[in-house]
Design a protein around this ligand. Sequence first.
Ligand code: ZN
Length: 550
Amino acid sequence: MLNCREDIYFLTNQLANIESIVNTEGEKEISQAIHTLISAYPYFRANPDYCIKQQTLHDERERYNVVAFVKGTKKPSNKTVILMGHLDTVGIDDFNHLKDKACFPEELFEALKEEQLPSLVDQHLKSDQYMFGRGVLDMKSGVASNLYLLKYYSEHPEELEGNLLVVVECDEEDSSHGILSSLPLLKQLKTDHLFEYVGAINADFVSPRYEGDPNRYIYKGTVGKLLPSFYITGAETHVGSCFEGLDPNFIAAELTKQINYNPDLCNEAFGETTVPPVSLKQMDLKPSYTVQTALSAYVYFNFFIHSWSPKEVLEKLKEQAKIAFSNALNTFKERYQRFSKLSNQPFIDVPWQPRVMTYEEMDQLLMSKHGDAYAAHMAKFKQELLLDTSLDTRMFSAKVVEEAWKWMSDKSPAIIVFYSSLYSPRIEVTGKDELEKKLIESLDMAVSTIQPTYEHPIVTRNFFPYISDMSFVALSDDEEGINAVSSNTPCWGSKLFVNYQDIRDINVPVINIGPYGFDAHKQYERVEISYSFEVVPNLTNEVIKNLLTT
Ligand SMILES: [Zn+2]
């Protein structure tokens, strides 16, 4: 067993002290600090090329990953294990008056003693078994564990049969520029050093799955995430003659009611179920107050997947949108009829039908009708829209759809379904090929070696339940599934682009062995010391050894 508790405690504290909130200068600072730290180890002084500070690609910000590796000398082997972890954190505003201590675990600990705390937090504080602070759980302790192992093998390459490569990436909490940029570098290293990637271990945090849950979880593979988005057009009318038009907000409300919390949209695989979609935005696109109803509305949802492809999700949501649309029309008709009676006015039959199409379907329709004129116009429009840096991928996409809609000859009310954000692919590690089999075996062996030394159950599950950079090192989707993303993401190729081929080229099975704690992304973020600083590095080390030796 590695006697690593003190070292990892110290390193976690040191990393936490460097505020590194995503999309701030702090990301740059911490990557520099990590690069300096690693470069000072004797092994890397002797092999300076083995520690690389890599600037991200196609990124609006200047920021860096750190990639470093040790070549083992125990026996000649090209097998290489990747350890990964992110250096950025979420913001610290939620710390309120303790904001200036958020990145200083020891000072924060003292300050928290003076606070009125929720009972579990108080219990943990008094137990002395937790470290508090921004990033200590998510995931500087995980990075510290990886750096500890890197340093250990840099001092003992004769114990390593094969190679160990550590990626410390930026921008995990926002757009994953870090991990995506590291892929071409990993490919380059594969060529230059003949690395053969046999498995990747991410060290992002884990938490209890329910109150009182004693388990410490390890995940093989990860949940995927999509952002299905709906552009809804209505028929504009004056509020005084409301039944002459169709309010898109009314359809949007039905749509949210239909999709939000809907268990039909939970994706079960291997006995594990995703949580249902929930809305992250519902708005109309009217720029300012008038007494006309809005022309269009915009809604998007968070959507988790275990086994469905982005194509299947679009099909399911088209169905749901049709149901919502006809529910809206039925209610509309019924209320219109009642109003007609009340007011002694004639009821004129409603001219609209439920009308739902994907962005790809609309785009193809417009291409066949208008051809190059439409294509050229849209290309120019997107180019100009890029200049407006206040737009995120979500709003950028909505504007593209709105512009394309102007070219439609039939402007009767419709719902256009598309994706407006980065797709984080799901990953299944099931043992379907040799590498996966080997990784699962190595993990199972590691757990049975370590479990007897640790009091709480270490439990393996299939899908890491939070979004992480694990999504970008392997791909379980086929070509068709991925094409559904690019052809249905209006900002694809302008505001957003992912080279999924890079992911296919690396395609290494990935598991997550990470620190344990509570309240990541929240004020009382805390990491449990003994599991995170002792068990995690030892488990990871066992997996590394198992993967490289057999
Ligand atoms: Zn994280």
